[in-house]
Design a protein around this ligand. Sequence first.
Ligand code: FAD
Length: 689
Amino acid sequence: METRNNPNPSSGDDAEIVSRRIQRLSLHLNPIPCPLPDADRQIGMAACARAKLEVDTGKLSGYMRGPHRDVQEKVFEYFESRPELQTPLEISKNDHRELCWRQLVGLVREAGIKPFRYVADDPAKYFAILEAVGSVDMSLGIKMGVQYSLWGGSVINLGTQKHKDKYFDGIDNLYYPGCFAMTELHHGSNVQALQTAATFDPITDEFIINTPNDGAIKWWIGNAAVHGKFATVFARLMLPTHDSKAVSDMGVHAFIVPIRHLETHETLPGIEIHDCGQKVGLNGVDNGALRFNSVRIPRDNLLNRFGDVSRDGKYSSSLPTVNKRFAATLGELVGGRVGLAYSSVAVLKLAGTIAIRYSLLRQQFGPPRKPEVSILDYQSHQHKLMPMLASTYAFHFATSYLVEKYAEMKRTHDEQLVGDVHALSAGLKAYVTSYTARSLNVCRESCGGHGYAAVNRFGTLRNDHDIFQTFEGDNTVLLQQVAGDLLKRYQEKFQGGPLTVTWNYLRESMNSYLSQPNPVTARWESEDHLRDPKFQLDAFRYRTSRLLQSVAVRLRKHTKTLGGFGAWNRCLNHLLTLAESHIETVILAKFIEAVQNCPDPSARSALKLVCDLYALNRIWNDIGTYRNVDYVAPNKAKAIHKLAEYLSFQVRNIARELVDAFDLPDNVTKAPIAMQSEAYSQYTNYVGF
Ligand SMILES: Cc1cc2nc3c(=O)[nH]c(=O)nc-3n(C[C@H](O)[C@H](O)[C@H](O)COP(=O)(O)OP(=O)(O)OC[C@H]3O[C@@H](n4cnc5c(N)ncnc54)[C@H](O)[C@@H]3O)c2cc1C
C-alpha cells in the first residue's frame, strides 16, 4: 500500500531501496522452506531436507539444444541488425502484410538463409529456422511455412523431376511466391469432398480448372490476397470417357495454376481473387479467396507423382484405388503438421518464460512485518505454472523425436514409418497446440494486469497461435485419425501383424495391462515407487489399453444397430480420450528416455524431477479413472497428490534455471515484464517515466 500511495518510489533513500531489492532478489534465488505441514511429510520428507538442486543451466541447455542453433542465431542476429524490419506493436493489416513480405525477402535474399533446400534434405534444419523466424513474428513463420512447406512442399513432394527443375529456384528465391489452395468455402476438414474440377481437354492437351459453385471457392488461402503468383490447386481430376459424352471422376489431385502475371502482377484472366480481410491474429499473412472460371493450364501442370494422364487422356497410377492415392497425397503433406507441433512448443516456451520470470519477481502480500513474497511462492501459482513448465519440457523431447522420425521417413520412405509419423504428427499437433492455446490464457492471467499490456506479448501470442488448433487439420478431426489408427493396430495385433516402435506397448498391453490391477502394488505408496518410471509408464499404458479395449467393444456393439458412422459418433468422446491418452503415453515414454540419456548428472537430476512432476500430475488429473478400477488404492491416490504438489514446489526452486535453459535470446526480453532484474524500471521506462 505504501508504494501504491507514493507517486515516486525512486525518491526514497537509495540505500534502503538497494537493500529492499537485494532482499527481494534473494527470495527467488534461495529456496524457501518446505511448505508441507508436519503431518504430510511422510511423502517427500527425505527430499524436503535436501537443498535446492544445483542445475548447470549451460549443460542443461546444451542437452536441449538441437544441432541447428547456429542458423537460429543467424536469424536472430539478422533481425537485430535490421530494426526497421521488426514488427511494431501497432500496425495496420496492410502494413503488416508488406512488412512480413519484406522480412521474408530480407531473410532469404539479404541474410542468405534459404529454407527451401532443407524442406526435403534436412527437415530438422528447416524446422529450426521456422522456430526462430516464428519468434521474430509468428506471421513471418506462417508466411514462410506457406511459401516453402505448403506451396514449395506440394511441388517437390507431389510433383516429379520436371516440376522441381522448373520451379525450385523461383520458389527458393521468392521470385515465385505461391499458395496452397486446398480448403473451399463448404469443405475444410472433409478434403475428399472438394468440388473444384480439373477437366482434361484432349484436343488442346490442357486441364480446365473450374469453380462449379460458390461453395467451391477456395477460401483462407495464404499468400493469395496480395503476394502469390502461383497456387497449388486441389481439384477433382475429370477425364472424358471413351465416347466423350461424360467424364470420370478420378478423385482429388493437385495442379499448379498461375494466378498473377510474373512481371506485372496483374490477376490472370479467368481468375478472381478476394481478400479474406482482418483476422483475429496473423494479420501479416494475406489470406484470400480464389475462384476459377474455365482457367486453362498445360497437362504438365498436374503434380503427377501419384497419378498421371497421358497425351491421349489415359490415367495411370502405381496406386490401385482413389483412397490409396488420396492417402498418399495427404501423407506427403504431414511436414506442415510436424512444423506446427514444433513451433507450438516454441510458443509455450516463450509464454512460460515470460510468465515465470515475472512471477519470480512480482511480490504481493507476505507474513506480518516480513517482506512481501514472490507470487510464485503461492501454492496456487505453482499449481498454474509448474506442471505447465514440466509439460513444456515433455513436449520439447516428444516433438524433437517427431522431427527426427519425420527426417528418417523422408530419407528412407519406409512404409511402416510413414504410418507411424502420420499418426504421431496428427496426435502431437492436436495435443500440443490445444495445450499451448489453453496455457497462453493461464500465463496472461498469472501475470495479472501487466500481462494484459500488449508490449508483454501474451495478446499477440494468443491471437496468432489460436488458429494452430484448426489449420493443417482441425484438432478434433486429427485426434480421430489417431484413434482410428490405434484401432487398426489393435485388430492387427490379434492377427499377429507387426507393430512399430511407438505402438509396440499395445502388444504387451493385452497380456499384462489388462489383467486385473494388482491389489498389492495398488497400495504401494513410497516416494521411490511413485517416482519409478516403470510405475509411471505402466499407469499411462494401462489407461490407454483399457480405453482401447473398451472402445473397441463398444464400437462392435453399436455398429450392429447404428452402422459404422453412427457407432463412431456414439463413441466419439471416448475415442478422443483414447487418442489423447495414447499421445500422453508416447510423450512420457520419450521424456523418460531423454532423462535416461542425459549425460550430465546435474542436468539429469533436474530433468528427472521435471519428468516426475509431469507424470504424477497427469496421473492425478485422471485419478478418477484409476480409482474406479482400483488401479490405485485411496491412500496411494492421496500420496500421488501430495508428491505432485511437493514436486511442483521443488521445480519452483529451480524454475529460473529451467526457463533459462530454453536459451531464448532477445525475443523474450522484448516483453519488459520478463526482464530478469530491474523489471519494474524496464517497464516504467517503456511507458515513458
Ligand atoms: C488463418 C487461416 C489460414 C489458413 N490457410 C490455409 C491455406 O493456406 N490453405 C488452405 O487450403 N487452407 C487454409 N486454411 C483453412 C484451414 O485449413 C481450415 O480452416 C481447416 O482445415 C478447418 O476446416 P474448416 O474451417 O472448414 O472447419 P470445419 O471442418 O467446418 O470444422 C468446424 C468445426 O466442426 C468440427 N468438426 C468437423 N468435422 C468433424 C468430425 N468429423 N467430427 C467432429 N467434429 C468435427 C471441428 O472440430 C470444428 O470445431 C486456413 C485457415 C485459416 C483460418
